[in-house]
Design a protein around this ligand. Sequence first.
Ligand SMILES: [Zn+2]
Length: 82
Amino acid sequence: MLIQKSKEYESLIDPRLLQAFKRIRRNARNGLAVVYVERDACGGCFNKIPPQRQMDIRLRKKIIVCEYCGRILVDKELAGVD
Ligand SMILES: [Zn+2]
């Protein structure tokens, strides 16, 4: 369930990221926007992602949201896409 799912996310991510997450939930038509990291940049808006942030994405310990476009970022290799 979507509502249940977002409650889970709320407990996992910090308030600043949560705001971004809620923003894309409102904007994205399917309720979720996930993009891959490509060439050190966000696959959605192509802004550069700092190395530390890319590290967090690879570790997958928390949801990382692009600070520019608000999409959820996932590591391309770990996602099994090439
Ligand atoms: Zn972006």
